[in-house]
Ligand binder design. Structure first.
Ligand SMILES: NC(=O)c1ccc[n+]([C@@H]2O[C@H](COP(=O)([O-])OP(=O)(O)OC[C@H]3O[C@@H](n4cnc5c(N)ncnc54)[C@H](OP(=O)(O)O)[C@@H]3O)[C@@H](O)[C@H]2O)c1
Length: 257
């Protein structure tokens, strides 16, 4: 059975990936920083689904953490057939309000780790003639929204670019771009969400189901909800300068505070 490695597996969208892939019979490599939480998750998933679950405690904001996950991805022992680069976080505050160290940490986790882990996993997948890489981005990739949006735009461009280069190899990279999802993301960042209308919230399990369906169809970009697809379609009709203005006004009205 295929082994899937999920970063940020212990909460939110990553945990939804772990539940769904375990139910589908995948063996798992679970990656996050909190080792106690990882062990508990592995126990629950192996008990419920009779799969193998390894835990790999790693901080993807640190070189050593990224290197340990790279080593697992490059291993030919129980090779990883599906990589889900999902770990990520938000920083509260606008440009110049966020400490530079936190901005750089975001780029390390959202961009450098995604580049290095993908590049560790893909050669083996290409040699085996099959594999998948899901890089979790965001609809924030398509609107001017500071370092967070810029880092997710990088994820989308990188993923769609390598998908082109990997055509015909059997390896499928896909960027997954959800809107607001009910997870620990906003509370961890200390962001209030009371002003976000209920219709804008997505369920993590549904996001994962839609994303995996899109991967199976061979899509390189998945916006896993019709409401956000419609919003993004409409945003393409708006000039970029005006989009920045609309995005920052609606961001102030509806975005996390
Ligand atoms: N929630 C949303 O509205 C939303 C919308 C669009 C896109 N996204 C994206 O979806 C992804 C998952 O977010 P989520 O909402 O599910 O967040 P979440 O509920 O806060 O979960 C984040 C996960 O990532 C792990 N993590 C955080 N920093 C890490 C690090 N430095 N090294 C290793 N693991 C780390 C956390 O575990 P530990 O703390 O134990 O490390 C946890 O398992 C992110 O890339 C996020 O940008 C979220």
């Amino acid at each position: 059975m295929t082994t899937a490695l999920i970063t940020g597996s212990t909460a939110g969208i990553g945990a939804a990936f772990a539940r769904r892939l375990a139910a589908d019979g995948y063996d798992l490599v679970l990656v996050a920083r909190d080792s106690e939480r990882l062990r508990k998750q592995a126990r629950e998933l192996t008990d419920r689904h009779r799969i193998e679950a390894e835990v790999l405690s790693a901080d993807l904001a640190e070189d050593a953490g990224i290197a340990s996950v790279e080593a697992r991805l490059a291993s030919t022992d129980r090779p990883v057939g599906l990589l889900v680069n999902n770990a990520g976080f938000g920083n509260k505050g606008r440009y110049l309000e966020v400490p530079m160290a936190d901005e750089l940490r975001m780029l390390k986790v959202h961009c450098e780790a995604v580049l290095r882990l993908t590049s560790a996993a893909v050669p083996g997948m290409r040699d085996r003639g099959r594999g998948g890489v899901i890089n979790v981005a965001s609809v924030a990739a398509f609107v001017p929204r500071g370092t967070y949006g810029a880092s997710k735009a990088w994820v989308v461009q990188f993923t769609q670019g390598i998908a082109k280069d990997l055509t015909g190899t059997g390896v499928r990279p896909m960027a997954l771009c959800p809107g607001f999802v009910r997870t620990e993301f906003h509370s961890r960042a200390g962001m209030g969400t009371d002003n976000i209308p209920s219709w804008m919230w997505l369920d993590a399990d549904r996001v994962v189901d839609a994303g995996l369906a899109d991967l199976a169809k061979g899509k390189t970009l998945s916006v896993p909800d019709p409401r956000y697809k419609a919003l993004l379609g409409a945003s393409k009709l708006v000039p970029r300068g005006m989009l920045g203005k609309v995005s920052s006004t609606t961001g102030r009205k509806y975005g996390p505070q």
